[in-house]
Design a protein around this ligand. Structure first.
Ligand code: FNR
Length: 184
């Protein structure tokens, strides 16, 4: 199962990128995770949407060919970072590669609320007419990692908190089932 993964932080020691790398390694026997090169995407420009820059073409092809997409978002000022919104804006135009795509959202923050506000916004955006992704339904399936500084080994660049890892295991299983059930 091919899962394209978008991480909304460009920071070298990003908790959210550490989470993506942890998942890439931990679930490698079940899913193949490719991490998007989000830094390569230029700002959205509607004049270029019909023939976008190469990096955008590559990004859209990766979304289109994936069985599912994981979006790992930091919370910036109670919302998603601009780099994720920018990527979604590109993806929402012309060939609209997210329509019907199974998506799972996760996020990590040192703060207490675990990116809940960012993920609420993300869910609204993913329902927009040009996107219409199929997001793993809420109700126990939200992965909100608060107090990240206590749960990651920053030197190893890995999520190490056992309780969070076992919760994540069950949510990844739920997403794999969701991807299979949404496949058409
Ligand atoms: C933040 N941070 C933050 N945290 C939070 O829980 N809610 C918020 O609204 C914000 N707002 C915010 C804005 C901006 C511009 C920055 C740079 C940071 C803190 C943020 O969660 C923290 O820096 C994380 O470590 C960012 O994620 P990465 O880079 O570790 O993946």
């Amino acid at each position: 199962m091919k899962i394209f993964t978008i991480v909304g932080s460009l920071r070298k020691e990003s908790y959210n990128m550490h989470l993506a790398k942890t998942m890439q390694d931990r679930y490698k026997d079940k899913i193949e995770i490719e991490i998007a090169d989000i830094r390569s995407l230029p700002h959205f420009d509607q004049d270029e949407e019909n023939n976008p820059p190469q990096a955008v073409k590559k990004f859209k092809e990766s979304v289109a060919s994936a069985d599912g997409v994981i979006i790992i978002t930091p919370e910036y000022n109670w919302s998603i970072p601009g780099v994720i919104k920018n990527a979604l804006d590109w993806a929402s135009r012309v060939d609209k590669v997210f329509i019907g795509k199974a998506v799972m959202a996760l996020g990590a923050t040192p703060g207490m609320l675990g990116t809940v506000r960012a993920q609420m916004h993300l869910r609204e955006i993913l329902a927009a007419p040009g996107i219409q992704a199929k997001i793993l339904p809420p109700g126990g399936n939200e992965v909100l990692i608060g107090f990240a500084h206590q749960k990651f080994d920053e030197q190893a660049g890995q999520l190490v908190d056992e309780g969070t890892l076992s919760f994540l295991d069950s949510k990844v299983e739920a997403f794999i089932d969701f991807v299979k059930s949404e496949a058409h």
